[in-house]
Design a protein around this ligand. Structure first.
Ligand code: ATP
Length: 222
């Protein structure tokens, strides 16, 4: 079953003097349970594509079906709802909130859903334990190493049990040892059935994926 279906997708950025076609007529499908890597040179549109898939950016043209739902037609609040229920996002720079404890960061997507306090605390502990961070629940992000922060970000991404995890250069800010830990967690999540799409410059990481989408100048070249 196709979890994601993209057809003739386009997105450009207009500044005063220039229009950049970041995504220029792209079509592809991603099946449930697939591990897909998006690769390509700097500036070819990888992050823009992931942001459109994650409903952080709007496409200009084309079709996007997620879980058979037509995403393009949705209002902003419907998109937020889809994001909260179906998508977990992992960023290169972790994007944890420094003023919240690790536990509260991880619990945030459930708080936004209105889940009861004891339930979100229990689930956040479970998610932290899954990524080997149970002992760090009360620490604040600045008190964690980069690798630990990314594992907390993964716990935040999986706490809602999303259909799909989108990761933009998830190992980009990590040393090789922490990269390996994060990659192993992503592979484990994929093994347990999660659909994963990563953007990466790391060809060794891309080679672990079942499918590679290679971009160049806003287009797919494979
Ligand atoms: N907000 C924006 N305003 C104007 N142009 C943008 C904006 N975001 C991206 N672009 C342009 O769109 C193109 C694609 O950018 P994108 O960040 O998607 O590339 P990328 O492949 O992820 O690059 P990198 O590997 O360096 O992160 C680039 O030419 C970039 O300059």
């Amino acid at each position: 079953m196709n979890l994601i279906s993209i057809k003739n997708l386009k997105k450009s950025f207009k500044t005063q003097f220039i229009e950049t076609f970041a995504i220029n007529d792209i079509s592809f499908n991603i099946k449930q349970g697939e591990f897909t890597a998006i690769t390509g040179p700097s500036g070819c549109g990888k992050s823009t594509l992931l942001s459109v898939l994650g409903l952080l950016e709007y496409a200009d043209e084309g079709e996007y079906h997620l879980c058979s739902k037509d995403i393009i037609q949705l209002t902003a609040s419907q998109r937020a709802e889809v994001r909260n229920h179906h998508i977990g996002f992992i960023f290169q720079s972790f994007n944890l909130i420094a003023e919240l404890s690790t536990l509260d960061n991880v619990a945030l997507p459930l708080k936004l859903r209105g889940v009861a306090k004891q339930e979100y605390i229990d689930l956040a502990y479970q998610a932290l334990q899954k990524v080997g961070l149970g002992e760090r629940a009360k620490h604040f992000p600045p008190q964690l190493s980069g690798g630990q922060q990314q594992r907390a970000a993964i716990a935040r991404a999986i706490i809602t049990n999303p259909d799909i995890i989108l990761a933009d250069e998830p190992t980009g800010n990590l040393d090789s040892e922490n990269s390996k830990i994060v990659i192993d967690i992503l592979l484990q999540l994929n093994k347990s059935g999660k659909t994963i799409v990563i953007v990466t410059h790391d060809q060794a990481l891309a080679n672990l994926a079942q499918k590679q989408l290679t971009m160049c100048d806003g287009q797919l070249i494979n």
